[in-house]
Design a protein around this ligand. Structure first.
Ligand code: 9MR
Length: 544
């Protein structure tokens, strides 16, 4: 099949489809469901896509800018799925990607007025959470009870993890810092809508409120996670009633917490001064705890088997927290703590957050004080973007993903790559960066080797059976909308427990749209966040 972004394109965007190589050398674009040709063009050179074992050609129809509904046509192949060209191409998917966080809220009933058919009872109040022995302290011994309500479920499971909340919540706040006008105009129909605060910030607040409760007021340390001892069955939240624990304070948790609270402090300041002050104090206390405990790596206790988010290199977390504290306070000591000259740029993931420092510094470059090395900041962001753009130019699919990028959550890798490219585009306006970023959104919305939109509810052929407990247990055929599936990766760690076989072992086609597949088809808050960023950024930045 011809593979393309099933939602479509903004009028001024790069528009590219992937065509399996056959006899044809030309393509046309027709008005959907008709033979009315609006554009014709020549296919690019045939190239071997090793990650999927295909030979493909690219069809570039960027020159078509007239809004409408179209299909791509190549002799000998079925017409492509229909797609739109229009100025609001990504408005709805962006709103849905944020609303997915609302659907994953802990501790609140989802009312039909906001949740429609996905209304459900509250689960996991988390007002009676036990201190696990790994987290015991003089003022909070093992078995003591704390209250730690709200927050988002991490993923398809019902636990709440500080490390992953770090990058996820930050990325949403970063999207707001970069594109405030876009988000101020948005109404998500969540319980807080209409309160005068942009809904993206209303939604992020639900998780920030929880994160604040994860700090021990006695010492500033932050618990790594709030969890059951073992994963729940595939039941609705209200049916999952195992005891809940906070587990071990970790350096990574303290630093991710510090970075997010420092960021949130400046983002919420115009709306709530007292909250902003509280967040900054919390960030600084967590920073001090991390200084005093620089190697408190997370070690999963024997009686706990839920997500790990373990990380034995926290140099990147130190740098990121330092950068956010520098931006918020202007204190040059934090910039020095970043050790900027030694800090490289890499594509962000939950375990490698160094580049979030560079992206935030680049965003705030006009107001940073003289301590910051402006040339270095620009060089790091642009240097990474150049490498990504080079991979994009070489790629048979015209994407930034390379073989090594097909890891657990590969769909978020491609979107985080796009996010980096968009930051570089904001710095220097190189059009190639915008076009390469577009290919990342195209990829998750259908221009991929399995020919599927990985966003639930969006696209004519999209993920139907994510590893997401509410989607499985709610008795509704369609999954909860707006969630990004993890995506293809050859690890297939779930193969044992899946009765259904994976269709392929190749990196780009190792994807199973089955609820059993937690390794390729789970959803997660850190994966949705760059979808929010990139879809908003393309709307905001693409020239008309
Ligand atoms: O995203 C995480 C991935 O990088 C790891 O390889 C994987 C295995 O440890 O875990 C992923 O995170 C999961 C977390 O541990 C628990 N909640 C669901 C997350 C997404 O699958």
């Amino acid at each position: 099949d011809i593979k393309l972004n099933q939602l479509g394109f903004l009028p001024g965007a790069a528009k590219v489809a992937v065509v399996p190589d056959g006899g044809a050398r030309a393509f046309t674009v027709v008005k959907a469901g008709s033979d009315a040709v609006v554009r014709s063009g020549t296919l690019g050179a045939a190239a071997a896509a090793q990650d999927s074992g295909e030979t493909v050609r690219l069809a570039d129809f960027s020159a078509l800018t007239v809004p409408g509904r179209y299909q791509l046509r190549v002799a000998g192949l079925p017409d492509s799925l229909p797609f739109e060209i229009g100025a609001a191409a990504y408005q709805a998917v962006n709103a849905a990607a944020i609303k997915a966080y609302y659907f994953n809220r802990a501790g609140i009933a989802l009312d039909a007025r906001q949740a429609g058919v996905y209304a459900r009872a509250a689960g996991h109040p988390d007002t009676q959470v036990l201190i696990h022995e790994s987290a015991a302290s003089p003022s909070r011994p093992a078995g003591a009870v704390i209250s730690s309500p709200k927050g988002w479920y991490d993923a398809g499971d019902y636990n709440k993890y500080i490390v992953n909340s770090g990058i996820a919540t930050y990325t949403l706040l970063a999207a707001y810092e970069d594109f405030p006008a876009f988000f101020r105009a948005q109404n998500l129909n969540i319980p807080e809508s209409g309160n005068g605060v942009p809904d993206l910030l209303n939604e992020a607040r639900w998780n920030l409120d929880w994160m604040l409760t994860m700090q021990d007021p006695a010492d500033g340390g932050v618990y790594h996670k709030l969890t059951n001892k073992s994963f729940d069955g595939m039941v609705m939240p209200a049916q999952a009633t195992q005891p809940r624990y906070v587990v071990q304070k970790s350096t990574a948790a303290a630093l991710d917490f510090a970075a997010v609270m420092a960021t949130a402090s400046r983002v919420y300041a115009p709306h709530d001064k007292a909250l902003a002050a509280r967040m900054l104090t919390a960030a600084q206390a967590a920073w001090r705890w991390a200084q005093a405990h620089p190697r408190a790596y997370y070690r999963q206790p024997q009686d706990v088997s839920t997500g790990d988010y373990g990380d034995h290199d926290v140099s990147d977390e130190f740098a990121w927290a330092a950068a956010e504290l520098f931006i918020t306070t202007g204190d040059a000591a934090y910039y020095r703590a970043m050790n900027a000259p030694a800090l490289q740029a890499t594509v962000p993931t939950w375990s490698d957050v160094r580049t979030l420092a560079w992206l935030s510094l680049a965003r705030h470059r006009k107001t940073l004080n003289a301590a910051a090395d402006q040339a270095l900041i620009a060089a790091r962001v642009d240097g990474l973007a150049q490498r990504l753009a080079a991979a994009w130019q070489q790629s048979p699919y015209g994407i930034t993903l390379q073989t090594r990028d097909y890891v657990w959550g590969s769909n978020a890798v491609v979107l985080n790559q796009a996010m980096v490219l968009l930051h570089a585009y904001r710095l220097n306006g190189r059009r190639a960066y915008l076009d390469a970023a577009q290919s990342g959104l195209d990829y998750v919305l259908g221009r991929n080797a399995v020919d599927i939109s990985f966003v639930t509810g969006y696209g004519a052929r999209s993920t139907m059976h994510p590893h997401h407990r509410p989607s499985e247990a709610d008795g509704i055929a369609a999954p909860v909308p707006g969630f990004l599936a993890g995506g293809p990766q050859p690890g297939q760690q779930d193969r044992q427990g899946c009765a259904a076989p994976y269709p392929s072992a190749l990196p780009a086609t190792s994807y199973l749209d089955n609820v059993c597949s937690y390794a390729s088809n789970e959803i997660a808050i850190n994966w949705n966040a760059p979808l929010v960023y990139v879809s908003a950024a393309l709307e905001a930045l693409t020239p008309a």
